[in-house]
Design a binder for this molecule. Structure first.
Ligand code: SDX
Length: 435
C-alpha cells in the first residue's frame, strides 16, 4: 500500500500504474461538492503533491467557504443559508450586505449602525472628479470605474494593512458606500452633466438614483424603481467562486489592498462572458430588432456564428433562480416606465431556446443577465452602465470572499502550476545563423 492516509469511507485509493504505488487520498465532503486533497500524493518527495490538470479550474475547489451555496442542478442559491427568493422578497441590499459580510442577519441596532456608517462614507475625494475629467465624454463607464476604484487606493494608504480587522472593516464600509457615487459620477461625466453629490436622507438606491438622474430641482426617486434596483442589487451581491470573485481572491492572496483587488475583480467582470453579458444581451436584442428575425438568429447560434447572450451558465445546468425573480421584477418596472419592446423579443427567444433540442441538450437557460439589461434600459441607463450596475452590488460579495480568504489558515498566495509541453533545453542562436 502506498502512503497510507487513514483508508476509509472518506478516502479515494489512487494507484500509480507506473510505479505500482497506491495512495489513500482524503475526500473533503461538501453538500454538493466532494473534493480530493491531492496534496497527500507526494511525487519524488517533492514539497508538492500530484497535480491536477484542470484548465479554467472548472473542476477544482479552490477554497473552503461558508458564504454562498449554489446547487446548479436544481437552481438553488443561498447567501449564508438564506434562500435568495426570501432575501429578494423580504430584505434590502444593505441588510443582505451585512449578512454576507458578517455571516448573520443584523439586529436592528447593528443594521442601523451599518446604514449610518455607509451613508456617511458616500463622498469620494474631490480629486476623483479631476481623474474622471481626463476621460473622453464617450469613455465606457466600466473603464472609468476600474480606474477610479484603483485610484481610491491612493487616498487610503492604510488599506494595505489587510491583517487588521478594524482596518478591513473601514475599507469595506468605504467601498460599499462609494461605489454608487463613483458610478453616478461616471454617468454624469458621460452625459456632460454636473455631478450630483450624495444626500443622506435618501436610501442606498434612492441616493444612487438621485445622483444619476437629478436635473435641477429636487429629485424624488420613484419608490417602485428604488425597490426594483434594491432587489436587483440583492440578486447580484454574490455568487461563490465565479470568475471575478476568483480574481478578487487571487489578488487578495498576495495581500494587495482591497481597492486594487476590487479593480482587478471589476476587470474580470467586464468581460462579455461574465458581467459584461447584460450589455451584450441588450446589443443582441437590439440587433435582432424584431420577433420575425429570431429564427434566422437562432440558426446563426446553432452554426456558432453567434452566442445567445444571457443564456447558459457554468454552474446552473437548470434555470438560474435569479432570472426568474428579475423577470417578475421587470413587470413592476414596466408598470412605471412603460413596457420595453425588447421584452417581446426576449420572451420569444426564451420560449424557443427552452423548446429546441440544441439548447436543451446544452442546458442553456436564461441566466441573471438575460432580463436585467431590459430593466436597466427601461429605467433610463445607457448600456455602458450595465456592467457597472453589476459591479456595485457585487462589491459586497467580492469583499466578503476577500476577507474569508485572509482569515482562512489553509490559504496561501495563489500560485497554480502547469503541464509544460514546450521546448527542451537548447543553446542561443546568433542572428547570422537564424533562418
Ligand atoms: C455570469 O460563474 C458565475 O457565477 C457567473 C455569474 C455570477 O453571478 O457571477 O452567474 C454571472 O457571468 C452569468 C453568465 C453570463 N454570460 C453570458 O450570458 C454569456 C453567454 N453564455 C456563455 O458564453 C456560456 O454559457 C458561459 C460562459 C456562461 C458558460 O459557459 P460554459 O459552461 O463554459 O459552457 P461552454 O462554453 O463549455 O459551452 C457548452 C456548450 C458549447 O457548445 P458545444 O461546443 O458543446 O457544441 O454550450 C454552448 C457552447 O457553444 N453554449 C452556448 C452558449 N453558452 C454555451 N451556445 C450559444 N449561446 C450561449 N450563450
Amino acid at each position: 500500500m502506498g502512503d497510507n492516509v487513514n483508508a476509509g469511507p472518506n478516502t479515494l485509493t489512487v494507484r500509480d500504474n507506473r510505479t505500482g504505488r497506491e495512495y489513500e487520498v482524503p475526500i473533503l465532503e461538501g453538500d454538493v461538492i466532494r473534493a480530493i486533497d491531492l496534496r497527500k500524493i507526494k511525487v519524488q518527495d517533492a514539497d508538492f503533491g500530484m497535480m491536477t490538470y484542470d484548465p479554467a479550474y472548472t473542476n477544482t475547489a479552490s477554497t473552503r467557504s461558508t458564504i454562498t451555496y449554489i446547487d446548479g442542478d436544481v437552481g438553488i442559491l443561498r447567501y449564508r443559508g438564506y434562500p435568495i427568493e426570501q432575501l429578494a422578497e423580504r430584505s434590502t441590499h444593505l441588510e443582505t450586505a451585512y449578512l454576507l459580510l458578517k455571516g448573520e442577519l443584523p439586529t436592528q441596532r447593528h443594521l442601523n449602525q451599518f446604514v449610518h456608517d455607509v451613508t456617511r462614507h458616500t463622498y469620494v475625494h474631490e480629486n476623483m472628479t479631476k481623474l474622471l475629467e481626463g476621460f473622453r465624454y464617450d469613455a465606457h463607464a466600466m473603464g472609468m470605474m476600474i480606474s477610479g476604484v484603483a485610484a481610491l487606493s491612493t487616498f487610503y494608504p492604510e488599506a494595505k494593512n489587510v491583517t487588521d480587522a478594524g482596518n478591513r472593516w473601514a475599507q469595506i464600509t468605504r467601498l460599499v458606500a462609494k461605489m454608487p457615487t463613483l458610478a453616478a459620477f461616471c454617468y454624469r461625466h458621460h452625459r456632460g452633466l454636473p455631478y450630483v453629490y450624495p444626500e443622506n436622507e435618501f436610501s442606498y438606491t434612492g441616493n444612487f438614483l438621485n445622483m444619476l438622474f437629478r436635473i435641477g430641482s429636487k429629485y424624488k426617486p420613484n419608490p417602485v424603481l428604488e425597490r426594483a434596483l434594491d432587489i436587483l442589487f440583492i440578486l447580484h451581491a454574490d455568487h461563490e467562486q465565479n470568475c471575478s470573485t476568483t480574481t478578487m481572491r487571487v489578488i487578495g492572496s498576495s495581500q494587495a489592498d482591497p481597492y486594487s483587488a476590487l479593480a482587478g475583480a471589476m476587470a474580470a467582470l467586464y468581460g462579455p462572458l461574465h458581467g459584461g453579458a447584460n450589455e451584450a444581451v441588450l446589443r443582441m436584442l437590439t440587433k435582432i430588432g424584431d420577433v420575425k428575425n429570431i429564427p434566422t438568429f437562432i440558426e446563426k447560434v446553432k452554426n456558432k456564428e453567434e452566442k445567445l447572450m444571457g443564456f447558459g451558465h457554468r454552474v446552473y445546468k437548470s434555470y438560474d433562480p435569479r432570472a426568474n425573480i428579475i423577470k417578475r421584477t421587470a413587470d413592476e418596472v414596466f408598470d412605471v416606465t412603460g413596457r420595453n419592446p425588447l421584452l417581446d423579443i426576449a420572451l420569444e427567444l426564451e420560449r424557443i431556446a427552452l423548446d429546441e433540442d440544441y439548447f436543451v441538450q446544452r442546458n442553456l437557460y436564461p441566466n441573471v443577465d438575460f432580463y436585467s439589461g431590459i430593466i436597466y434600459e427601461a429605467m433610463g441607463f445607457p448600456v455602458e452602465m450595465f456592467p457597472v450596475l453589476f459591479a456595485i452590488p457585487r462589491t459586497v460579495g467580492w469583499l466578503a470572499q476577500w476577507e474569508e480568504l485572509l482569515l482562512d489558515d489553509e490559504q496561501k498566495i495563489a500560485r497554480p502550476r502547469q503541464v509544460y509541453l514546450g521546448a527542451d533545453t537548447r543553446d542561443f542562436v546568433p542572428m547570422s545563423e537564424r533562418k
